[in-house]
Ligand binder design. Structure first.
Ligand SMILES: *[C@@H]1O[C@H](CO)[C@@H](O)[C@H](O)[C@H]1NC(C)=O
Ligand SMILES: *[C@@H]1O[C@H](CO)[C@@H](O)[C@H](O)[C@H]1NC(C)=O
Length: 367
C-alpha cells in the first residue's frame, strides 16, 4: 500500500517535471501564430462577410470549447488550434473578424483565413462560394493588423511579434476542385475558364505556384520570417469526390490525388528556392499528404470506423448549409469518423494531422 502510493507520487512528480520541461521549452520562441488560407484553417472569418459559405451553426462546433459553432468547418478544433497549443499559446487561434476578440487577444495569435478561397483570384468568386476573402485581401487585413498592433504595443514589441511569429499558410484544394475541375467561367472575360487557358493540370499547377511564390514574397516584405507552408491533402479522397466517383466504385479519385502529389512536389521546390533567395526566411514545407492518405487507407489503425463518408448528414454531399441540425442522419460520435462533412476532417483527424506536423517539422524547427 505505502510503496504503491509512493510509486504514484514518484510518477506524478516525474510527469510534472516532463510537463514543466515541455512548457518551458515550447513557450518562449514563438510569440504568436498567424494564419492565412482557406477552410482548412478558417476560424470563422466568413461569419462576418456576405457569403453562403458559412458554418457558424449547429452541429458544427459541437465538440469545440463550450460546444460553440465558431465558423470552423469541423465538429471541433482545426490544425492551427493544435499548433498554437503545442507552442504553449492559447489552445485556439481566433478569427480576425470575430468581434468577440480584440488586438490584445490577436497579439498572440490571429487567423485571416477564409473558407472557399484559393491562390487564384477567380477561386474566391466561384458561384457557389461567392465573395469569400481573396488572398490579396487577407494580406490587406494583415497590414491593418500590423498597424493596430503597433498602436497598441509600440513599434518595438509589435515588430518583435511580427518577426518571431509562426505564419501558417494552408490552401489550394478549392483552386482545383471548385475552380479548375468545375470549369468555372472567369468573371469579366470571354476567354472561358482556367481549364481552357491551362489544358494540362500541370500548367495550372505552375500558375498556382507562381501565385504562392508571390504571396510568400509579399508576406516576407511585411516582416514574416518563420513560415509553415502547408501541402495539399489527398483531395481525391474527400467524401464528396468519392460519392461522385461512380465509375470508380466510390474509391478515392486517383487523378485528383496525382495532381495533389505533383503540386506538392512543386510547392516543396518553391519553399527551397525561397529559403535560398530571401535572407532570414525560415520556411518549412508541412506536407500532410502521406499521413492523411494513411488514415484514409487504414482508418482502423487510427481507431476510426469510417473514412469513405462523413459524419454530418448522409456523409455524401453535405457541407455548409446542408450540414445542419435538421439533418437526421448525422452520426453521434464524430471521433469514429475521419471526415466531419463531405469536405472537411473531424477534430480528431485534424489533431492527428497537426500532431504529426508538430512533431516532425514545427517543434524541431521553431521551438
Ligand atoms: C480587449 O478586451 C479585454 C476584455 O475582453 C479588455 O480587458 C482589453 O482592455 C481590451 N483591449 C483593447 C486594446 O481594447
Ligand atoms: C488579384 O486581384 C488583386 C486585386 O484586384 C490584384 O491586385 C492582383 O494583381 C490579382 N492577381 C492576379 C494574379 O490577377
Amino acid at each position: 500500500m505505502a510503496s504503491s502510493s509512493l510509486l504514484v507520487v514518484v510518477a506524478a512528480i516525474s510527469q510534472l517535471l516532463t510537463l514543466t520541461l515541455l512548457v518551458s521549452r515550447c513557450s518562449t520562441k514563438v510569440p504568436a501564430i498567424i494564419v492565412f488560407g482557406d477552410s482548412s484553417v478558417d476560424a470563422g472569418n466568413n461569419n462576418a462577410i456576405s457569403t453562403a459559405l458559412k458554418s457558424n451553426f449547429e452541429p458544427y462546433g459541437r465538440d469545440f470549447f463550450d460546444r460553440r459553432p465558431t465558423g470552423r468547418f469541423s465538429n471541433g478544433r482545426i490544425p492551427p488550434d493544435f499548433i498554437s497549443e503545442a507552442f504553449g499559446l492559447r489552445p485556439f487561434v481566433p478569427a480576425y473578424l470575430d468581434p468577440a476578440f480584440n488586438i490584445s487577444d490577436f497579439a498572440s495569435g490571429v487567423c485571416f483565413a477564409s473558407a472557399g478561397t484559393g491562390y487564384d483570384n477567380v477561386t474566391s468568386n466561384v458561384l457557389l462560394l461567392q465573395n469569400v476573402i481573396p488572398m490579396w485581401k487577407e494580406l490587406e487585413y494583415y497590414r491593418d493588423y500590423q498597424q493596430k498592433l503597433r498602436a497598441s504595443l509600440g513599434d518595438k514589441k509589435a515588430n518583435s511579434i511580427i518577426s518571431e511569429a509562426l505564419y501558417i499558410v494552408s490552401l489550394g484544394t478549392n483552386d482545383f476542385l471548385e475552380n479548375y475541375y468545375s470549369s468555372f467561367p472567369i468573371p469579366g472575360s470571354n476567354s472561358g475558364c482556367r481549364r481552357a487557358q491551362f489544358p494540362q493540370p500541370g500548367q495550372f499547377e505552375d500558375f498556382l505556384v507562381s501565385l504562392a511564390e508571390g504571396f510568400i514574397r509579399d508576406l516576407y516584405e511585411l516582416g514574416a520570417q518563420k513560415v509553415s507552408f502547408t501541402g495539399m491533402p489527398p483531395m481525391g479522397c474527400l467524401p464528396l469526390e468519392r460519392t461522385t466517383n461512380f465509375m470508380g466504385q466510390h474509391d478515392c479519385v486517383e487523378e485528383f490525388n496525382a495532381v495533389a502529389r505533383d503540386f506538392n512536389g512543386k510547392l516543396g521546390a518553391m519553399v527551397d528556392r525561397m529559403n535560398q533567395e530571401l535572407p532570414g526566411l525560415r520556411m518549412v514545407f508541412s506536407n500532410p499528404y502521406d499521413k492523411f492518405y494513411e488514415i484514409v487507407s487504414r482508418p482502423s489503425d487510427y481507431g476510426f470506423d469510417v473514412a469513405s463518408v462523413a459524419c454530418c448528414g448522409t456523409g455524401m454531399y453535405e457541407m455548409g448549409y446542408l450540414c445542419n441540425k435538421q439533418n437526421p442522419f448525422t452520426c453521434t460520435d464524430a471521433s469514429k469518423y475521419v471526415f466531419w462533412d463531405s469536405f472537411h476532417p473531424t477534430e480528431r483527424t485534424n489533431g492527428i494531422l497537426a500532431d504529426s506536423l508538430i512533431k516532425s517539422v514545427l517543434l524541431p524547427n521553431f521551438a
